[in-house]
Design a protein around this ligand. Sequence first.
Ligand code: PRT
Ligand code: ZN
Length: 295
Amino acid sequence: MADPRRLKVAVQKSGRLTDPSLELMVRCGLRFSRARDNLVCYGENMPIDLLLVRDDDIPQLVADGDCDAGIVGGNVAREFALAHDSEPFRTARTLDFGSCRLCLATPVDSGLDTPASLAGKRVATSYPRLTESFLRGIGIDAEVVLLGGAVEIAPRLGKADAICDLVSTGQTLRANHLKEIFTVDESRACLITSPHPLPDTASTLLERILMRVDGVLAVNGSKYIMLHAPRAKIAEITRLLPGVEAPTVLPLDGCTDRVAIHAVCTESVFWETLEALKGAGASAMLVLPVEKMLA
Ligand code: PRT
Ligand code: ZN
């Protein structure tokens, strides 16, 4: 019998989300060992177990309360949710990996260039509810053909006139002489949590993990920047620092007209940013990665 005090988190066993999901948990401070059957990772320093399952099973496991949380593609979560009247789980966090888009695509020379041109046509997809709900929403009556995989070859096999499939680089579409005509849904991995009440200890632990996930997400987009600048240019330099409102300004020993400015930039710091800062009189610039952050 599973220990109710241990938090159970469902993670994709083998696929695109596996490594980034496990890495996220490690960055949240979890140390784990893998069971020999490769079905569970046991948390060694926290009462958290990671259940390794197929991504399609994650929404159901969380909705039923068999797992307290799960990491799954937003596309899989929304497809599942469309089959339910009420929210089957809570989308607690949208993460910064697994990005892709669910797109309508048609054969390059088909003359089918807009969603409206799909009226009366067949659209093959592994995401029938998202596809149907989109087409219905814009008043297009098309037949949705459910395929478990290899959706991109459906038009060539004569099984469909168009497809609605996940795209990231677009290479697969190009290789199959298909063109994107519309983005139906933008997706990133999500951390979903169970709608069922948790025992106090598990609930506190889940809140702690969510706070650490926030810290990891904040750090991923952040850099710590240090520079020297003319005292008269503090306001101008601050405006050039990406995502900074109030930097720390420190005196420089034996120097009255220049100061040190330290700040956490919450947006990317490009070479162009540094060049603009230099143009405004900054020198001795250092850009450092941020390892941990807690609001
Ligand atoms: O075995 P299991 O059922 O667990 O895994 P799976 O094969 O169903 O899923 P997997 O590992 O392929 O994808 C897991 C999740 O990753 C998806 O649900 C998405 O949320 C996300 N993701 C991000 C993607 C892609 N990018 C992606 N490019 N999922 C699939 N693809 C496929 C797409 O279906 C198409 O076949 O990659 C191909 C297109 O890629 P490009 O780069 O050529 O455009
Ligand atoms: Zn799957």
